[in-house]
Design a binder for this molecule. Structure first.
Ligand code: BMA
Length: 296
């Protein structure tokens, strides 16, 4: 019999809720990046007020569960590509800096952007991965592969790779994993979760997908270390799906959407947006997740 695996919800869920005291985060707080750095969990989260323009807030925690937030967002729309918001941050620590991938949204459409920081609070824009097309769900790998930077991105409906020497010019766009057949949980569109996790067996990757009923779930796969376009294994079953009332109903129904999966002391911390309204945490032992990704 095939193995199954489910992430375990933290009893303190949801761990972050909208804050009615701040206009900018009064309506929704959801998809977030989380970096574990020098003993602290640093969270960059997508926030919306009643105008639905997304900004990115910062919060910090010693235990990964109880977060203190800053009064004001750390990233707000800057130019004509961002007038409708900055969304869905994913943050990678690489070569003594932090690289944020986020989606810029405006009347011109969406743009997959990168920014850099050395302190996680002050962000300087680098530039887009690509412009003029429907492209998002990008995230930088935490190590170079064969000397080059690598990122996931999403050209509907599937996941792609791109490569760069300088984080500014991206090339060699390559599709590597698409949706599965009709009626599968990942039959519609798929895209990256958090930063891919390097392991001795390959890149451990959590990804999101939705089906024809628009239910968002999380799954896992394993990619080759030196050629991440090669999918080593892709288990059949999802590892997480909406179940709690605040995952089933919120701003958008039936959504668990993760942009963060830091590994701390042998535990994978999966942070996720619940129904585009609140932030939840679910965990799994690293060894169990890797075993499922290899054999599930
Ligand atoms: C996706 C993204 C996410 C969102 C999800 C569900 O397209 O925009 O930000 O959580 O839809 O609404």
């Amino acid at each position: 019999m095939k193995k199954t695996l489910q992430l375990q919800r933290h009893p303190a869920n949801p761990i972050l809720k909208p804050n009615p005291l701040h206009d900018w985060e009064a309506l929704n707080v959801f998809n977030c990046a989380v970096v574990h750095h020098q003993g602290l969990f640093h969270m960059l989260y997508r926030a919306q007020g009643v105008d639905y323009v997304s900004t990115i807030g910062y919060a910090v925690s010693a235990d990964g569960v109880s977060f203190n937030r800053l009064e004001r967002p750390v990233l707000t729309p800057a130019d004509e590509l961002e007038t409708w918001g900055v969304e869905d941050p994913r943050v990678t620590e690489i070569e003594d800096q932090f690289i944020m991938a986020y989606t810029a949204y405006s009347p011109r459409g969406i743009t997959p952007m990168f920014a850099r920081s050395t302190n996680l609070v002050t962000w300087e824009r680098i530039g887009p991965l690509v412009t003029g097309e429907d492209n998002k769900d990008h995230v930088l790998f935490p190590r170079r592969v064969k000397g080059r930077y690598v990122a996931f991105h999403r050209r509907p409906p599937g996941m792609w790779l791109a490569y760069s020497d300088d984080l500014k010019t991206w090339k060699d766009f390559q599709p590597f994993m698409g949706p599965r057949e009709d009626n599968w949980w990942d039959c519609n569109r798929i895209g990256a979760g958090g930063v891919p996790i390097p392991t001795e067996h390959g890149w451990l990757v959590i990804y999101h997908a939705y089906d024809h009923d628009h239910v968002y779930r999380l799954g896992v796969c394993l990619l080759d270390t030196d050629d991440p376009a090669r999918v080593i294994h892709r288990p059949a079953e999802p590892i997480f799906e909406p179940q709690e009332p605040w995952e089933l109903k919120g701003d958008v129904s039936n959504v668990v959407f993760s942009d963060a999966n830091p590994v701390v002391d042998g535990t994978v911390y999966v942070y996720y947006g619940g129904a585009d309204r609140v932030i939840g945490l679910a965990t799994v032992p690293f060894d169990d997740l890797l075993d499922y990704a290899r054999h599930g």
